[in-house]
Design a protein around this ligand. Structure first.
Ligand code: AMP
Ligand code: ZN
Length: 665
C-alpha cells in the first residue's frame, strides 16, 4: 500500500474509534491497540511531512503553544440568555411570544443548561477550522489549538450536513474527570480546583495545548447557526448535527406546550444529580426557526429562548468572622468567613454579604448559624440566619468604620449602598486595582502585563498610577522576581502598543466611577475628546441621552481632581489617545439621526456587524425586531419570509445594501 493511503486509512480509523469512544461512549478498540495505531500514524507523518494535516488524530495530543490569543469578531453575536425561576415566569414568557408571533401554535425544544464555557466552532469544507470563546459576545479569543485536543469534537464531518454554519456548544469538565484531576493535585501538594465550570473555562486559555489535552474536557453542542434553510426547526438541526458527528446530548426533548416544558424541568430537577456533568437549569427554545427569526433579539438575549434556573441548593454553617475587601474604586465589600461546608459540589469557605444594609437586614452576627446558597454567581450568598441556634450572648454586628488596609475612616454618601475608603491615591488595593482595570482586556488590553505583575511593580515602588507604567524601562523590570528579559521586553512593548487604543476605551480604562463600557462609548462619541469632556458642565452632561445625575457628577468629580488632571496630562504627553481619531470622526455623521433600522439577511460589501456599526456611527439606531417604530429595513440575501411579510403589512420601506451605502454617503 502506498504511504498516503496508509496514512489516510489510519486517520479515518482512529477518528472513528475516537468518535465511538468519546461521542457514543462505546469503545470499539482497546487502549493498547489504539496506541499502537496512533504511534504508527505519528511515525508515518513524521517521515512524510508532505501529508501534514492539522486535523489528524495525532494532533489531538496538542503541543502547540499560544502566547497571545487572537481576538476574533464573531460573525454572529453570541448572546446571553434571559432567566426564569418559576412556572409563572415561563407562562409570562409564553404569553409574550404568543403575542409577538400572533399565534398560540408554538413548539419548544428543551435542553439542559450545560455549565461550562461557551465556544463557537467553524468548519471549512467539512474540516474543523476554528474555535472562538464567547468573550464579550461581540468578540472572543481564538483557541483553536486547544479545542482541537478535545476528542469528542469532530475534526472531519460526514458530507450530508449543511456547508455554511457555525456550531455553538459548551466546553465542560465532567465530574468524574474533575474529581480525578483534584485527587492528583492534592496528591502533588497543590490546591484543588474550586469547581468544574471555572476549571473548564480556565483550560481554554492555557498556553500549552498539550496541557489542555491532558484535561478530560468534553464539548456538548446546542446550536447550529446558519442562513441556510435546509432545516426548519431547531430540534431537526440538532439531530442532523448529531448524525454528522457532533455530540448533541440525547436529553434534548420536544415539548408541545409549557406544561410539557415543566414536565422536563421537574424531571431534571431531580435527575440532574445522576448526570455525569453539572447543570444549573434548562434552556427552552422556540422550535421553529422561522418563528425564532421573527422574534429576534433584545439587546442582550434572544427573545426565542429562556433559561429556567433550578432552585439553588442551600446548606447551613457557622459564620466565623466578617472581613472587609477594598475594590479599585474604594468600595468596601464585607465577606463572611464560614466554617467550610460542602455545597453543590464544592467546598464553601466564604460568602458575600454585599453591604452594611444587607448585614443589618439579615442581622447576621459572628457565631450565627447561617443559610448559604449558591446561585449563578461563583461566590455563594448568605440567605438568612437560623435564629433558633443563636447564642444568648451574641452581639449585633458593627460595621467597619476604618479601611482594613490603610485605616482611613470610611465614608458613605446618601443613597449609596456601599461604604468607600476615600484614600484613593494612598490605599494599596485601590492603586493596584485601578491599574489592573486600566490594563484589562476590555480597557487598554495590554499584553504582557498581568494583575500579579502590577501588584509586584507597585510593591517595588515602580508604579503608583497608570501613567507610571509608560515610564517603565526594561532594566527596571528585569531584576524583579520571575521576570525574564524576554517577558520584560514583551511587557514594555505591550504598554507602548496601548497608545493606539481608541479614546472610548481609554475613557473606560480611566476607571471613573459609574462610567462603564457603554457609558464611555456614549461620552466619547458625544464629546470626542477629554478636553471637551473636562470642560462640560453638569447640564451639558445630563443633556446626553442616558447620562443621569449620578454619572454626570462622578465625571465632574473625577476630571476636576488635581491628581487625575496631572495623570491625564501625562497620558497625553505619552501619546495615549485622548480624543476620537480623525479617521473615526470622518465616518461619523448625524445623517440617520432618529431613524430606527432592522437589519436582516446576508450582505456582500460589509458584514452584518459593520453594517450595524455604520448605522450607529451615522446617528441611527439598530433594533432587532420589526415594529411600528421601525423606519427602514436593510435587507440582504435570504431575508426571512416572516420578516418580509411583517414589513409589508406595516408598510416599512425595505432598502438594499447599495441603497443603504448611498444613504450614508
Ligand atoms: P448566560 O451566560 O447565563 O446568559 O447563559 C447563556 C449561556 O448558557 C450561553 O452562552 C451558553 O454558554 C450556555 N448554555 C448552556 N447550555 C445551553 C443550551 N442548551 N443552549 C444555549 N445556551 C446554553
Ligand atoms: Zn483604604
Amino acid at each position: 500500500m502506498i504511504v498516503k493511503d496508509r496514512i489516510e486509512s489510519l486517520r479515518k480509523e482512529l477518528n472513528e474509534h475516537n468518535y465511538n469512544y468519546y461521542v457514543l461512549d462505546n469503545a470499539t478498540i482497546s487502549d493498547y491497540e489504539f496506541d499502537i495505531k496512533l504511534k504508527e500514524l505519528e511515525k508515518l507523518e513524521e517521515e512524510n511531512p508532505e501529508f501534514f494535516d492539522p486535523n489528524s488524530p495525532t494532533k489531538r495530543v496538542g503541543g502547540e503553544i499560544t502566547k497571545n490569543f487572537n481576538t476574533i469578531t464573531h460573525k454572529n453575536r453570541m448572546y446571553s440568555l434571559d432567566n426564569s425561576y418559576s412556572k409563572e415566569d415561563l407562562l409570562d414568557w409564553e404569553k409574550r411570544i404568543q403575542k409577538n408571533l400572533g399565534t398560540t401554535d408554538i413548539e419548544y425544544t428543551c435542553e439542559l443548561k450545560y455549565d461550562g464555557a461557551s465556544i463557537n466552532l467553524t468548519y471549512e469544507n467539512g474540516k474543523f477550522f476554528s474555535a472562538v470563546t464567547r468573550g464579550d459576545g461581540f468578540q472572543g479569543d481564538e483557541v483553536t489549538a486547544n479545542i482541537r485536543t478535545i476528542k469528542s469534537i469532530p475534526l472531519n464531518l460526514s458530507d450530508d450536513f449543511i456547508s455554511n454554519f457555525e456550531m455553538r456548544g459548551e466546553i465542560i469538565l465532567p465530574l468524574e474527570g474533575f474529581h480525578k484531576m483534584n485527587e492528583d493535585r492534592v496528591a502533588n501538594g497543590e490546591d484543588p480546583y474550586r469547581n468544574p465550570r471555572n476549571t473548564a473555562s480556565g483550560s481554554l486559555k492555557l498556553q500549552d495545548s498539550a496541557e489542555v489535552a491532558k484535561r478530560p474536557l468534553d464539548c456538548l453542542l446546542y446550536q447550529v447557526v446558519t442562513n441556510e434553510t435546509k432545516y426548519k426547526t431547531h430540534f431537526e438541526s440538532l439531530n442532523a448535527a448529531r448524525d454528522c458527528g457532533f455530540k448533541v446530548p440525547k436529553t434534548i426533548t420536544l415539548a408541545k406546550s409549557i406544561d410539557e416544558v415543566l414536565e422536563f424541568v421537574n424531571h431534571w430537577d431531580v435527575e440532574r444529580h445522576n448526570l455525569p456533568y453539572e447543570t444549573d437549569g434548562v434552556v427552552v427554545k422556540v422550535n421553529s426557526l422561522l418563528q425564532q427569526e421573527e422574534l429576534g433579539y433584545t439587546s442582550k438575549s434572544p427573545r426565542w429562548a429562556i433559561a429556567y434556573k433550578f432552585k439553588a441548593e442551600q446548606v447551613t454553617t457557622i459564620l466565623n468572622e466578617i472581613t472587609y475587601q477594598v475594590g479599585r474604586t474604594g468600595a468596601i465589600t464585607p465577606v463572611a468567613n464560614l466554617e467550610p461546608v460542602h455545597l453543590a459540589g464544592t467546598i464553601v469557605k466564604r460568602a458575600s454579604l454585599h453591604n452594611a444594609d444587607q448585614i443589618e437586614k439579615l442581622d447576621v452576627r459572628i457565631g450565627d448559624t447561617v443559610f448559604v446558597e449558591k446561585g449563578g454567581e461563583i461566590i455563594p450568598k448568605i440567605m438568612g440566619v437560623d435564629l433558633s441556634k443563636r447564642a444568648e450572648d451574641s452581639v449585633e454586628t458593627k460595621y467597619a468604620e476604618h479601611c482594613p488596609v490603610c485605616n482611613t475612616p470610611l465614608v458613605r454618601t446618601e443613597g449609596d449602598a456601599k461604604h468607600y475608603c476615600p484614600n484613593e491615591f494612598g490605599c494599596a488595593p485601590q492603586i493596584t486595582g485601578k491599574i489592573q482595570h486600566y490594563i484589562s482586556r476590555k480597557a487598554m488590553d495590554i499584553d504582557g502585563l498581568g494583575s500579579e505583575t502590577v501588584e509586584l511593580l507597585h510593591k517595588e515602588g515602580l508604579i503608583k498610577n497608570y501613567a507610571d507604567i509608560y515610564d517603565l524601562k526594561v532594566e527596571q523590570v528585569v531584576p524583579l522576581e520571575r521576570m525574564a528579559e524576554k517577558s520584560a521586553k514583551n511587557m514594555i512593548e505591550g504598554i507602548s502598543k496601548s497608545k493606539e487604543i481608541p479614546f472610548e476605551k481609554v475613557l473606560f480604562a480611566l476607571g471613573i466611577r459609574f462610567v462603564g463600557e457603554t457609558v464611555a462609548k456614549k461620552l466619547a462619541k458625544h464629546f470626542t475628546s477629554i478636553d471637551n469632556l473636562s470642560n462640560a458642565s453638569f447640564e451639558d452632561l445630563v443633556a446626553v441621552d442616558e447620562i443621569g445625575d449620578r454619572i454626570a457628577q462622578s465625571v465632574i468629580d473625577f476630571l476636576s481632581d488635581e491628581n487625575n488632571i496631572e495623570i491625564i496630562g501625562r497620558l497625553k504627553s505619552y501619546g495615549v489617545q485622548l480624543e476620537v481619531s480623525q479617521e473615526n470622526l470622518a465616518n461619523q455623521t448625524n445623517k440617520l439621526e432618529g431613524k430606527v433600522f432592522v437589519v436582516s439577511g446576508v450582505f456582500h460589501q460589509m458584514s452584518r456587524t459593520e453594517l450595524k456599526k455604520a448605522i450607529e456611527d451615522n446617528g441611527g439606531k439598530v433594533s432587532s425586531s420589526i415594529s411600528k417604530k421601525t423606519n427602514f429595513i436593510v435587507a440582504g440575501d435570504n431575508m426571512g419570509p416572516s420578516k418580509l411579510a411583517k414589513a409589508e403589512t406595516l408598510g416599512i420601506p425595505i432598502v438594499s445594501e447599495d441603497d443603504f451605502i448611498e444613504m450614508i454617503k
